[in-house]
Design a binder for this molecule. Structure first.
Ligand SMILES: Nc1ncnc2c1ncn2[C@@H]1O[C@H](COP(=O)(O)OP(=O)(O)OP(=O)(O)O)[C@@H](O)[C@H]1O
Length: 249
């Protein structure tokens, strides 16, 4: 059995009297898409934030690529290869798609805003960033400002950035949100190929996408994992049906 790329053990996070993460243990194995589903306010985003370091856990451990990362900052985790996209976009809206990718790569390399090598003249950086835009199908939109891209294209751009950062795992927080049926369908197809690059922890409410993509699903309710299993196991699970899936199953 392959070692997990990412492993959360007994993670706890309280916001005052509210326990948002209640002894959560899940892992992400090479090549898989592990979906995290659950009702609004169940604690899915809080969990993603703990993995990438924007929220610090009260107790429990987070192992990534063979090391304990629970004490590391956001930038260090990103440098180790944790690629993430958020519900709220982290793109620079006035910069071109290409420049957004280039800045992310530069920041990761720790060479940001060098005086001696202006970013837009760094040919190898441009080539690498263009290759990533091509990978997500945005090569013809490279010169447009991020603000001019459609919602779906901005999501693709965030994934291009995660790819450019040589991510060893992708954390995707509701990538289908705000997409029409066509957009969701094409993103589902894309995510299916993305798993070849690195495994994906996918927070998603779109159950069609989850059922189409997930190798395993974990169900979070009031901060606790109530079940982890294959699509079929989760669809059949009476506790999951009662707490979340209902008619979706
Ligand atoms: N910084 C914070 N301070 C206090 N409470 C918070 C904070 N962040 C989240 N919470 C609370 O923690 C709980 C879990 O929220 P979280 O956003 O993680 O849920 P979610 O499963 O991602 O929901 P959704 O599906 O709506 O995105 C909620 O009750 C929320 O109000």
């Amino acid at each position: 059995m392959a070692e997990p790329v990412l492993e959360l053990s007994d993670l706890v996070k309280n916001f005052g009297a509210l326990r948002a993460t209640d002894h959560v243990s899940i892992d992400l194995k090479p090549g898989e898409i592990h979906a995290l589903i659950g009702p609004n306010g169940a604690g899915k985003s809080t969990l993603i934030h703990q993995i990438c370091g924007t929220v610090r856990q009260d107790s429990g451990t987070i192992r990534f690529a063979g090391q304990d990362i629970g004490h590391l900052g956001v930038a260090e985790r990103s440098r180790l290869g944790l690629g993430r996209t958020f519900q709220v976009s982290s793109l620079a809206p006035e910069f071109s798609a290409l420049r957004n990718v280039m800045l992310a790569v530069q920041a990761q390399q720790g060479t940001s805003f060098g005086f001696f090598k202006p970013v837009m003249r760094d040919a190898s950086l441009i080539d690498r960033s263009m290759a990533m835009l091509k990978r997500v199908g945005l090569q013809d939109r490279a010169r447009l400002a991020a603000a001019e891209l459609s919602h779906g294209e901005r999501r693709q751009l965030e994934i291009a950035i995660a790819l450019a950062l040589n991510s060893k795992a992708f954390l995707l927080d509701e990538p289908m949100a705000g997409m029409g049926p066509e957009g969701s369908k094409s993103l589902t197809g894309f995510l299916d190929t993305l798993r070849q690059e690195a495994p994906i922890l996918l927070v998603e409410h779109d159950m069609d996408a989850v059922f189409a993509l997930a190798d395993r699903i974990s169900v979070l309710v009031y901060g606790r994992i109530i079940a982890t299993g294959t699509v079929e196991e989760i669809r059949r699970d009476p506790a999951v049906r009662a707490a979340y899936l209902g008619d979706h199953a």
